[in-house]
Design a protein around this ligand. Structure first.
Ligand code: SAM
Length: 307
């Protein structure tokens, strides 16, 4: 470890302490390391673009930390939620924000080019926006196409040699319809499960009752959604979380989508940050099955033809 790395470890340890979302922390740490690496290779200030920046915690925190090597006026956050952007402007004055839909190619074409484009917990919302009232669930082929188009438009905002960083949900490996047997820790957890089944909108959750009220069997796909969302049950965020599928692509689908856009993956990690919380809620009784990785973090770059 260099002295410089030690400084940044210390910096982030204190600055990220209040940030509850551990997944977001992982994204910030790896983009910080990327910024430091890129800054050594250029004398130009780096320009960052975050699509779906929300209240700006990710891009704002990164720019605050790396103002010496990043361009504040050259960086930008885009979000279609005016309230989130108002908070972003209050918290990170000087950061430029645009209110708009980042899946709109006309809006994106007008933004210019950037050294780093961030998609942090944003594409699963694009996927979830394709809910079809006629189908009573997300129109999955249309939703995947929309995600792929949004990814393509984001990649088009990169300078040659630029980097795209994606952090989002992961559809875990394995047969989505394979049945998993679980046991709820108590009746309260069971009640929350029933609320989840009744109120989760993106797709119909199915399950089969086995051995008394605390044991059920459900498809691996539905189990994954249950544990991801269970931590929001009974909280204010449940009202928005129940409308969104955090999962949309398996690892192989991410890899293929990046390759189709000419993006070379330099680093790919899958991670779980809530396993301890899940263990307090349910036991998995199916042998050989364990809690899935929930998130994926990908750092990919576009080739620079001049190198
Ligand atoms: C889960 S939040 C993540 C915010 C931020 N990236 C972070 O990690 O703190 C997702 C954000 O994406 C925004 N969003 C989703 N789809 C969008 C779209 N098509 N155009 C613009 N913003 C979008 C939402 O309004 C929301 O602020």
């Amino acid at each position: 470890m260099t002295e410089n790395d030690a400084f940044w470890d210390f910096y982030w340890e204190s600055h990220l302490q209040p940030m509850e979302n551990l997944g977001k922390r992982a994204a910030i740490l790896s983009v910080s390391a990327l910024i430091r690496r890129l800054a050594e290779q250029t004398s130009q200030p780096l320009r960052l673009l975050e699509l779906g920046c929300g209240e700006g915690q990710v891009i704002g925190t990164l720019l605050e930390a790396h103002l010496q090597v990043c361009s504040l006026p050259g960086s930008l956050g885009v979000d279609y939620n005016a309230q989130f952007l108002a908070q972003c402007r209050r918290d990170y004055s000087g950061l430029r924000c645009i209110e708009g839909d980042f899946t709109d190619p006309v809006l994106l074409d007008g933004l210019g080019k950037f050294d780093i484009v961030l998609l942090v917990n944003a594409l699963h919302e694009v996927f979830s926006d394709c809910y079809s009232p006629e189908l009573g669930q997300i129109d999955i082929p249309a939703a995947k196409l929309r995600v792929e188009q949004a990814l393509a438009a984001a990649a088009d905002r990169l300078e040659p040699g630029g980097w795209l960083v994606l952090f989002d949900g992961l559809e875990p490996a394995g047969d989505p319809l394979a049945m998993v047997r679980i046991r709820f820790r108590d009746h309260g957890v069971r009640q929350d499960f029933d609320t989840f089944v009744a109120e989760y909108q993106p797709l119909k959750i199915t399950y089969r009752q086995v051995e008394g009220p605390l044991s059920v069997e459900l498809p691996w796909r539905d189990f994954t959604r249950y544990i991801t969302k269970s931590i929001f049950l009974g909280k204010r965020l449940w009202e928005s979380e129940r409308l969104q599928s955090y999962q949309y692509f398996k690892e192989g689908e991410y890899r293929a989508a990046f390759e189709r856009r000419g993006l070379k993956i330099a680093d790919l990690q899958t991670l779980t940050v809530n396993e301890e919380k899940w263990r307090n809620l349910v036991d998995i009784d199916t042998p050989g099955v364990s809690f899935p990785d929930e998130h994926i973090l990908i750092l990919a770059h576009r080739d620079d033809p001049n190198l």
